[in-house]
Design a protein around this ligand. Structure first.
Ligand SMILES: Cc1cc2nc3c(=O)[nH]c(=O)nc-3n(C[C@H](O)[C@H](O)[C@H](O)COP(=O)(O)OP(=O)(O)OC[C@H]3O[C@@H](n4cnc5c(N)ncnc54)[C@H](O)[C@@H]3O)c2cc1C
Length: 389
């Protein structure tokens, strides 16, 4: 076994234990009360999972991106909200690791992240731009002593009330065009976060994602050195789409497993008799395997291209990662609804071993985490001009 494989195996064994013994136990309560999955998040912190992706030279565990994706899947099978919090944090870590090379502030920050297991939330969406993360309204504005300030109206900040740090996109300066953006890292204890709404949604209730007016003053060194126009296509967009879709695959897989358990229980009750729902289960398996195939294909493509910045900047790659998000987010509710169709009323009820309600509701968030219509529109434009698809 290589050192990386060994690290990955140890990391994933710990994640599996947390998923089974903690996340699964509290998932329904987290969902019912739209409360933060504090038990699972605390366990992840104790296991140093927040810095798993940080390279060993910065004191982290140097776990592979494949293992992080597998962890999103494993957690997603037991609690979609825990998995999504974990995934969103890892997206911010991947962004910092890949785009802050040689910047002393961020190298110091990575050491603090490892030591303190800091949790990072994302402030990309903005009132006025919706889910279009390639545009910002709020701008970094010069303040006293060479510092800059900003105020951003954020419609949705997942676990904003629980995060230690925020990675926020802004226009680079007051005269910058909407697409001339930077990403800024700032501590929540040096930020004013005025709630601008509540969080009582259909699904992904445990992500605790209300809106906030986010106000802070930052030093120049807190701005990631790479422009956001490079960060988004090379890291933030592909990593988001891959990790989110692993979470969704986890949710869909558990819905399928519950439907299979229902069919097997029915078969045991009447040995030798046909189980009508078994054929429906076979149809759900077909849908699930298409989802799994697309998710794994996209992961392989990204891992193969991760160090090839030229490849990551191609239209073909952008099309593929957008297509992953579109295909996966459209497929996950289909699988969950199919699983509910297999289980019938015991799948519809919230308090049976075959309940699919939480899965289906969590799955409904997938097409909204950056509206699919926006991505379809982007891909429609790219399809007209891309030489290679
Ligand atoms: C569970 C969850 C957690 C989230 N957490 C965070 C977070 O932590 N941080 C963060 O920054 N964001 C987060 N988001 C994302 C954020 O909430 C939304 O992406 C953002 O608020 C945009 O909302 P919207 O879909 O209403 O806006 P829009 O994207 O403006 O969409 C509104 C409507 O207009 C349509 N539309 C918009 N633009 C186009 C277009 N170009 N072409 C065609 N149709 C279009 C859409 O289809 C949709 O029907 C989260 C979302 C969810 C579901």
């Amino acid at each position: 076994m290589t050192v990386t494989a060994d690290r990955d195996a140890v990391f994933l064994a710990g994640i599996g234990e947390i998923a089974e013994t903690i996340a699964a136990v509290h998932a329904d309560d987290v969902d019912r009360n739209a409360r933060f999955p504090i038990e699972a998040v605390t366990a992840l912190r104790e296991q140093r999972a927040f810095s798993a992706l940080v390279p060993t030279e910065h004191g982290g565990d140097g776990v592979s991106f494949r293992a992080i994706a597998a962890a999103c899947f494993t957690l997603g099978r037991r609690c979609g909200a825990t998995a999504m919090v974990f995934a969103m944090h890892q997206i911010q870590v991947a962004t910092i690791v890949r785009h802050a090379e040689g910047a002393p502030y961020f190298e110091e920050y990575l050491r603090a992240l490892v030591a303190e297991q800091r949790l990072i939330a994302s402030v990309t969406s903005e009132v006025g731009t919706g889910g279009d993360m390639s545009r910002s309204v709020a701008a970094l504005t010069p303040a006293a002593d060479g510092r800059s300030s900003f105020e951003k109206q954020a419609p949705t900040v997942s676990y904003g009330g629980y995060a230690d740090d925020l990675l926020t996109t802004l226009r680079a300066h007051p005269d910058a065009a909407p697409g001339e953006q930077v990403a800024v890292l700032h501590r929540t204890d040096a930020t004013t976060m005025e709630p601008s709404g509540t969080w009582d949604p259909l699904g992904m209730r445990g992500t605790c994602s209300p809106g906030f007016t986010v106000t802070a003053e930052v030093a120049a060194e807190q701005v990631l050195p790479a422009p956001f126009s490079a960060i988004a296509p090379e890291t933030m967009v592909p990593v988001s789409h891959i990790l989110w879709s692993h979470v969704w695959l986890g949710i869909a897989t558990d819905a399928f497993d519950r439907a299979r358990a229902f069919v097997r229980a029915a078969a045991r009750r009447a040995p030798g008799e046909p189980v009508p729902a078994a054929v429906k289960l076979s149809h759900v398996m077909t849908q699930l395997s298409m989802l799994r195939g697309e998710v794994h294909r996209a992961l392989d493509e990204y891992v193969a291209a991760a160090d090839d910045r030229e490849r990551l900047g191609t239209m073909a790659f952008a099309l593929h990662v957008n297509n992953l998000k579109l295909a996966a987010s459209e497929q996950v509710p289909r699988v969950c609804q199919g699983a509910m169709g297999v289980c019938g009323i015991v799948g519809f009820k919230n308090d049976t071993p075959f309940s699919i309600g939480r899965h289906l509701r969590d799955a409904m968030s997938a097409s909204l985490m950056v509206a699919n219509d926006r991505l379809h529109q982007t891909n429609a434009g790219l399809l007209l001009i891309a030489k290679e698809v």
